[in-house]
Structure formats: structure tokens, C-alpha cells
Design a binder for this molecule. Structure first.
Ligand code: FMN
Length: 471
């Protein structure tokens, strides 16, 4: 059962006909060009400030940060596809809260290596500091190597991770629900820090963590942080259907987005929530220009800089599990076979073992058939080809308007390929074109993220209230 019951859940999905935009400052990735004029730092605050303020000028609802708790590495070296590490999301977003006024601040934080009472408190802090603009993008993390960096070591199996995540999020919600409105005693004369009985104690004793806490912070202007979710397995989708307000999805093409919407509506109804209760914002990339032809030429240029010769070889090494430095990036895929037992992209969800050879055969056949060199093949695989909207401003605006009218998505989470100016063109040209088509807001709906995303205020489950100790 959902922790966020809608008393009158809608059975039919109704498209809102509008879109929201978010920006995903990636940091760790192969999509950001860092070797051209205008490429800024991936770690300096100035880059984040510039991007967040541009996004706010374009009425974006969300500034989004991912999480990587350890530098990716391969064969003992830092991963050649990563531009840089990532500053801690909550620290960065707290700083951005003070130089922005409306944009939502979304921190990706995993449930596998955090503890719920601590994380809930830190997210409450961000929510209070920002005046109700915080969100938590819940991930379980497929990065096994992260575990080696934590006291408990190792990591949970896939299925266990979602069981753990569910208990984690329920506990966090109890913590955020624990203060009634007006819980802080209004005057010194009351002689107590909170009104009697207005704060509840939260207890949980489970397999992975225990909690016994009197939550320390009141509700924020938006009640509690908005919950995003990213994770695409059936378990991940069911988890989102029960717990999330917004899904950061990986299905941006029109037909795939519609299929994903149908699937999520189904799962949300089964979880006892309404058909419109979970918003969907897929990852996306935009390559725009005044004319279609210029946009295509720009795409060629962007792609050539995203994947250089070393990046192409390093990418293949992850799958071959061996040094491939002697191969020509502009030649065919290596004829030698992968080192089977060493081969796994993520050590958690990537393929490994005998499958590596099968995949190598498949890739060699595909590259041969299409006449692609290593570099061209890798570029096609890693460039988020499916999630790229390429075209003139008006062409892409028409395309997005179609998504809005069909209700395929509620918005897009954009990864700029240039930091920090990568949103300028989108804000200056695409946003006005979307506004002309009536599918994009012309002002912020309110000051909280919940208001700007059009989300209902959570309802505290009444049954739980009576069962809990009050302090
Ligand atoms: C669009 C998207 C973005 C993600 N971003 C992150 C991230 O920033 N950090 C992270 O540790 N995992 C991230 N993940 C992975 C999730 O942690 C998730 O655990 C992983 O996809 C495995 O779950 P699944 O099998 O349900 O997909 C992301 C997943 C998706 C689909």
C-alpha cells in the first residue's frame, strides 16, 4: 500500500498538455564536451551557479544532481570517460538555494549506503533552507564498487536493495510526518520546545538498520521533500509507483515514452494511487540551431568531441576486460576476444562471464554491417542517441508539443553537453517557442517545488497517527 494515499484516486490518466523542464548537471559522464572554447569547470561553484540561474530564467522546475560515491575506474585506473568527480549534491544544492529563488533542488541519494534518520534530516534541512524547494531522487545504486568504500562493504542483491529501499523511504516519510503543523511552541511562556503531543517519535527495527528518533525539524513550506526515483527494473517501477512523485526515466522516444506511461499508470493504480499521481521526466539531450541543416552539422561536431580516440578505446576496454591501447580507434572492433571472467561494466548490473563473448560477437557483426570504426561505434552507443532531440528551434518545439498533448511525459530532464552555457540556447529559443505553443508555463506557479510541479500536498495516513508515541 502506498504511503501517500490519494482519497479519490483517478482511474483514467488525463494529459496535462504541458511540460516541465529540469536540468541535470552530470559531472561524471561521457556527454559533456570539455575540450572546446567555452567549456567550464565541472566542479567550480561558478559553473553550477551559472547553469542554475539560466535554468531559473527559463522557468525550469528542477536543478538535478546525480550521485557517484566513488570515482569509476577500470583496470585500476580512473575511468577515461568521466570528465570529473561530483561535489556532494546536498552541499552544492544548499549553496545554490541562496543564489536562486524558485527552481527545485534535486539531490540523488542512494538508499543502500545511507541511513534513513540521517538522510531524512539532511533533506529536511535542504527543504527548510530553500523554502520548500528540495527533492530526493531515490536510487538503490548498481555500483558495486561503491560498497568497497563503505564500512559495511559489499552490496545488496538487486531484489534486496528494493526491499531495503521501501523500508528506508517509509521511515523517512514517518520522520517528515512526525511534526504536526504548529508543533513549535509559540512562546517562551509555554516552557517547552514543542507543543505537547505535536511531535511523534519514530521507531524501526529491521534487518538493515534501526531507528529510534524524535525528528528534529518541522515541516517545510512544501510539507516534505518531493520524491523522485530513478531505476528501471520491474521492481524499481513498482517501487516508484508506490512511493515516488516523479520518475526520472530513461525512455524519451515518443513510442517508448507512451509505453512507459501506460506501464507506470497500471502499476500506480495497482498501488492504490491515482493515474496522474506519478509524473515522468525522461533524461534528454538537445542539439538545436536556427535551421535543421545547421542542427545536423552541429550534432556531428558535438559527437566528435564527446567521444575522442582514447575515450573510444577506454569504453571498449570495460567490456573486453583487457588493454586495447594498441588498437586503432579509427579501425574495426578488436578481433581478439574479451577476458571473460574480468568483464563487467558495473560489477552489479552489467553483463559478465560468457555473455561478454556473445556481446563482442554481436557488436563486431553490427559494426561490420554498418561499416563503423571503433570510434563511430562507441559514439553511437554512448551518445544517448535515443534521448537526443536534434533540429531547428521550431521543429523541436513542435515535436515536444506533441509529447505534451499526448501525455507521453510530464517534462524532460536535460543534460547539457556544454557546461556552463549549455542551456542558453534552450532558454533563449526553445522555451519561447514552447510558450507560443501553449505547452510551457509563462511564470512559476508558486515558490515551492511541489507547487511548480503541480503535485498535491501529502496526506498523513490517519491510522498511523494514533499508533505512534507522542512526545
Ligand atoms: C535515469 C537514471 C538515472 C540514474 N542516476 C543514478 C545516479 O546518479 N547514481 C546512482 O548511483 N544510480 C543512478 N541510477 C541507477 C539506479 O541507482 C538504479 O539502482 C539502477 O538503475 C538499478 O536499478 P534498476 O535495476 O531498477 O534499474 C540511475 C538510473 C536511471 C534509470
Amino acid at each position: 500500500m502506498s504511503q501517500n494515499p490519494n482519497p479519490h484516486p483517478a482511474r483514467e490518466f488525463t494529459p496535462s498538455g504541458t511540460l516541465q523542464l529540469g536540468v541535470f548537471f552530470q559531472g561524471v559522464n561521457s556527454g559533456t564536451i570539455w575540450k572546446t572554447a567555452g567549456s567550464g569547470s565541472q566542479t567550480d561553484f561558478e559553473s553550477f551557479r551559472r547553469l542554475a540561474q539560466t535554468a531559473e530564467r527559463g522557468l525550469f522546475s528542477a536543478f538535478f544532481l546525480g550521485e557517484g560515491l566513488r570515482l569509476r575506474e577500470h583496470l585500476g585506473r580512473p575511468h577515461a570517460l568521466d570528465v570529473a568527480g561530483r561535489p556532494d549534491a546536498q552541499t552544492m544544492l544548499a549553496a545554490l538555494a541562496s543564489v536562486t529563488s524558485h527552481i527545485g533542488l534535486v539531490a540523488t541519494q542512494n538508499t543502500t549506503y545511507n541511513d534513513p534518520a540521517d538522510l531524512a534530516h539532511r533533506l529536511s534541512s535542504l527543504d527548510l533552507i530553500s523554502g520548500g524547494r528540495a527533492a530526493w531522487n531515490i536510487v538503490t545504486t548498481d555500483n558495486a564498487w561503491t560498497g568497497a568504500n563503505f564500512r559495511r562493504g559489499g552490496y545488496l542483491d538487486h531484489a534486496d536493495r528494493y526491499v531495503h529501499a521501501e523500508a528506508f523511504v517509509r521511515t523517512a516519510k514517518q520522520i517528515w510526518d512526525a511534526w504536526d503543523d504548529g508543533a513549535i511552541a509559540a512562546s517562551a511562556a509555554a516552557g517547552r520546545w514543542s507543543a505537547p503531543g505535536a511531535v511523534r517519535r519514530v521507531r524501526h527495527a529491521g534487518r538493515h538498520y534501526t531507528v529510534d528518533v524524535t525528528p528534529r525539524l518541522p515541516r517545510s513550506a512544501q510539507y516534505r521533500p518531493v520524491l523522485f526515483q530513478a531505476g528501471d527494473s520491474p521492481e524499481g517501477r513498482d517501487f516508484a509507483a508506490r512511493q515516488a512523485d516523479v520518475i526520472f526515466s530513461a525512455h524519451p522516444t515518443f513510442d517508448a515514452a507512451l509505453d512507459f506511461r501506460r506501464d507506470i499508470v497500471d502499476r500506480t493504480l495497482k498501488a492504490g494511487r491515482g493515474a496522474n499521481d506519478v509524473k515522468i521526466m525522461p533524461a534528454s539531450e538537445f542539439i538545436l540551431a536556427p535551421t535543421p541543416q545547421e542542427a545536423l552539422e552541429k550534432k556531428e561536431w558535438v559527437r566528435s568531441l564527446q567521444i575522442g580516440p582514447q575515450q573510444a578505446i577506454a569504453y571498449l576496454e570495460q567490456f573486453w576486460g583487457r588493454e586495447l591501447q594498441s588498437f586503432d580507434p579509427d579501425g574495426p572492433l578488436p578481433a581478439i576476444d574479451p577476458v571473460v571472467e574480468e568483464t563487467s561494466e558495473t560489477r552489479g548490473s552489467g553483463f559478465h562471464g560468457a555473455k561478454a563473448r556473445q556481446l563482442a560477437d554481436q557488436w563486431r557483426a553490427e559494426a561490420k554491417e554498418k561499416g563503423l570504426s571503433i570510434r563511430q561505434f562507441v559514439s553511437a552507443r554512448t551518445s544517448r542517441g535515443d534521448s537526443t532531440f536534434t533540429g531547428s528551434y521550431t521543429e523541436v518545439a513542435d515535436q515536444l508539443a506533441e509529447y505534451a498533448r499526448a501525455g507521453a511525459v510530464d517534462g524532460f530532464n536535460i543534460s547539457p553537453w556544454l557546461i556552463p552555457s549549455g542551456l542558453d540556447e534552450i532558454v533563449d529559443h526553445l522555451v519561447p517557442a514552447l510558450q507560443e505553443r501553449g505547452v510551457y508555463p509563462t511564470e512559476y506557479a508558486g515558490t515551492t517545488l511541489r507547487e511548480n510541479l503541480g503535485l498535491a500536498t501529502p496526506v498523513r495516513p490517519a491510522a498511523a497517527a494514533e499508533a505512534e508515541a507522542r512526545v
